[in-house]
Design a protein around this ligand. Structure first.
Ligand SMILES: [Zn+2]
Length: 299
């Protein structure tokens, strides 16, 4: 790729990021993407064209509104850079322009859904559908895997939701999450679906864990933490014992495996009770974890 083409891609990417800013804000506020024109969030004055240039406007205005001096969030230029990064990544990785556009659209939609889910727990289903349609375009040579991936993903999430409701009387997922998971399934296809769903669940767990630990420490409830530490320690020991060849090593592995299962059982029971009572666990956005899992797939 020539230097000129790279610069052009960066400029297009920054503008695309600027559009994603609008898309996220308008999804949150429920307004149309096309009208009204962009305005200052503080004083409501419509922005002049020179105030809408990605990055440059932010630097010229020193992060403040031209009219009312209200602070412009750093999120705007960051999203513009992220938009450029998505476009560059998609076009450098995919020789086919159609594939590059599809990857750009898929990653952008997942990014938008993650942002709106974090901000207001709202996922726009039409964005999930857009991601799914571009996934079909991207996987046009293996449509059966793509479509079945989407369908099985939907089914799996419905089963998970049913299980959650049955065992905890609590449902941490919304309708948007079903669309989102279906879109991920369409992207990765049937054969890789389980792997990337597991990635998403692990990432979700890692997101929740610090908040959950903090909540437990504040309420001075150390039971779950105790089992978590026991579980992690036995896992670590087992990992190091993998290639051990000393006398009695096998017996030790058996004992430790048993202990690990016991701690896993205790931990899952504690977590189940926690889901019933904890706000943090019940209402954590799932879209960021799915978006990261999708990004891992494209890397
Ligand atoms: Zn203003």
């Amino acid at each position: 790729m020539s230097a000129f083409a790279l610069i052009m891609l960066c400029i297009i990417g920054l503008c695309w990021g600027s559009f994603l800013n609008v898309l996220i804000l308008r999804t949150i506020s429920g307004e149309s993407i096309i009208a009204p024109a962009s305005k200052c969030p503080h004083c409501g004055t419509p922005l002049a064209n020179w105030q809408k240039i990605p990055i440059i406007s932010y630097i010229i205005l020193k992060g403040k509104c031209y009219f009312c001096n209200g602070k412009i969030s750093l999120i705007y230029p960051i999203m513009e850079i992220v938009g450029a990064a998505i476009v560059l990544f998609a076009f450098l990785k995919n020789p086919s322009k159609l594939d590059a556009i599809s990857v750009t659209m898929i990653l952008s939609m997942f990014l938008t859904m993650a942002a709106t889910d974090i901000a207001t727990k709202k996922i726009c289903t039409s964005q999930a559908v857009t991601a799914g349609l571009f996934a079909l375009l991207l996987n046009r040579h293996d449509l059966i895997s793509s479509i079945s991936g989407g369908l099985i993903a939907t089914l799996l999430l419905i089963i998970v939701i049913k299980l959650f409701i049955k065992f905890t009387n609590n449902n941490p997922f919304g309708v948007g999450d079903i669309y989102l998971t279906a879109a991920l399934g369409t992207v990765v296809g049937f054969d890789k679906l389980f792997l990337y769903l597991i990635y998403a669940l692990i990432i979700q767990f890692l997101f929740i864990l610090p908040k959950y630990i903090k909540e437990q420490l504040l309420s001075q409830n150390y039971e779950t933490l105790k089992y978590l530490i026991f579980f992690a320690t036995t896992c670590l020991f087992l990992y190091f014992l993998k290639h051990a060849k000393f006398f009695g090593a096998n017996l030790l592995v058996v004992i430790l495996s048993g202990l690990m299962l016991f701690f896993a059982y205790k931990l899952s029971k504690k977590l189940m009770t926690a889901v019933k009572s904890s706000e943090t666990l019940s209402y954590s956005p799932f879209a960021p974890a799915i978006a990261i899992s999708c990004l891992i797939f494209f890397c």
